[in-house]
Design a protein around this ligand. Structure first.
Ligand code: AMP
Length: 392
């Protein structure tokens, strides 16, 4: 079965459970970035405008202790949600029981019930079958709109839809369309740019993209494990010694496709860099560490990107949080933003924040809302929260 989407359902008067991503950064009563709430509004508004009874479920933060519960009370989201859309919102500070059931039973068409943080229930992350069945009993239909959570087999992502008719909300529909398009039928040349700290986090994605992309550009901290694998000197740069063999394999398999940095910006001290200069890759002096790609690499990567028709980018090119080592990430971000007639996709996480902070967000075709989920998707893995939507 193909995944159904919102528009495949007649929702009037129906109780529609929507798994949203309201995992927003917050300090006490203040939400510091409400992007995720705003991003969920198209689905929520579409449903309320058509007379659905909308029951919203999301996790917020990690819950291990009672203190975590106090810190991650969904009440903070309820307040903001009521401010940014027109439908009445009832917040139920419980995850099961009479108060929740009564609130749902009392819902008018076009209204919203927001449930307490799904992770208040220990069974949520274990996909406890009883919990999934219980939450499903509150609704007639399930809509998945939390792309950032679909790589997790939890009660709210996988448990509920096994009991109810189900489909994708607008956010998940767009993610599947864009990421799926890049993997299955990319306009070529298709160039992938991977950075960030660790090779170990990106093994699957490098492996799969070496098969599907025309070029794979590697920067960031993980490039030094590749340099070491080639017998280069990397000083005190980030190294995953146990991944050197794998890096060698990638270099062999990726011959002609894999682009590694040709130079690197080094410094003598991470926290207090006094001496910053650029050296060739594999020639980092003792006591120095590589913290950004150099100008030669920026030029080489820009050249490799010329004419690209599809680009997938995940992970910064250096320690971009520090202005001294942000140039590589900024220049690559600019080069992508300026590509003509290309589908440019950012796979969430740090590269997404970089594009937003630099003011380039609008220039990209798609910025994924799920860092971990988009990486797993690009690895070609089946994501449990997506797979379940494809089932009858
Ligand atoms: P990731 O979450 O794997 O995408 O990694 C992002 C992190 O990698 C950022 O916090 C960067 O500061 C860090 N990073 C990028 N390049 C380097 C580098 N050369 N050395 C150490 N950390 C780096």
């Amino acid at each position: 079965m193909k995944t159904k989407t919102l528009k495949d359902f007649d929702v009037k008067g129906k109780r529609v459970i929507v798994r949203v991503d309201f995992n927003v950064p917050h300090k006490g009563e203040t939400i510091t970035d409400d992007n995720r709430i705003m991003a969920a509004l198209p689905t929520i508004n579409w449903l309320t405008e058509r007379g659905a009874k909308v029951i919203l479920l999301s996790h917020l933060g990690k819950i291990k202790t009672e203190e975590d519960k106090v810190k991650n009370d969904m009440a903070v989201v309820a307040k903001r949600l009521a401010e940014v859309q027109a439908a009445p919102v009832v917040f139920v500070p419980e995850t099961r029981g009479e108060a929740l059931e009564a609130a749902v039973a009392a819902m008018e068409d076009g209204s919203i019930v927001l449930m307490q943080n799904t992770r208040y229930e220990p069974g949520e992350t274990k996909n406890d079958p009883e919990l999934g069945a219980y939450w499903a009993s509150l609704g007639d239909l399930f809509i998945e709109d939390a792309f950032g959570s679909v790589h997790r087999a939890h009660a709210s992502t996988v448990g509920i839809p096994t009991h109810l008719p189900h489909g994708a909300g607008f956010l998940v529909e767009k993610e599947l369309e864009v990421l799926g398009g890049a993997l299955e039928n990319p306009k070529r040349p298709f160039v992938a740019i991977l950075g960030g700290a660790k090779v170990s986090d990106k093994i699957g994605v490098i492996e799969n993209l070496l098969k599907t992309a025309d070029k794979v550009l590697i920067g960031g901290g993980m490039a030094y494990t590749f340099a070491a694998a080639e017998g280069g000197k990397i000083g005190t740069s980030l190294l995953e010694a146990d991944k050197e063999e794998l890096a060698k394999e990638f270099i062999e398999k990726g011959a002609g496709k894999l682009y590694l940095p040709v130079d690197t910006v080094v410094a003598n001290d991470f926290d207090n860099p006094g001496d910053i200069h650029t050296v060739k890759s594999g020639e980092i002096p003792d006591g120095y560490m590589g913290l950004d790609i150099g100008d030669g690499t920026i030029e080489a990567f820009k050249k490799a990107l010329e004419g690209a028709k599809t680009v997938f980018w995940n992970g910064p090119m250096g320690v971009f949080e520090k202005p001294e080592f942000a140039k590589g990430t900024i220049e690559i971000c600019k080069a992508l933003a300026e590509l003509d007639d290309a589908t440019t996709i950012i796979g969430g996480g740090d590269s997404a924040s970089a594009a937003k902070n630099l003011g380039y967000a609008e220039k990209f075709s798609h910025i994924s809302t799920g860092g971990g989920a988009s990486l797993e998707f690009m690895e070609g893995k089946s994501l449990p929260g997506v797979a379940v939507l494809e089932e009858e």
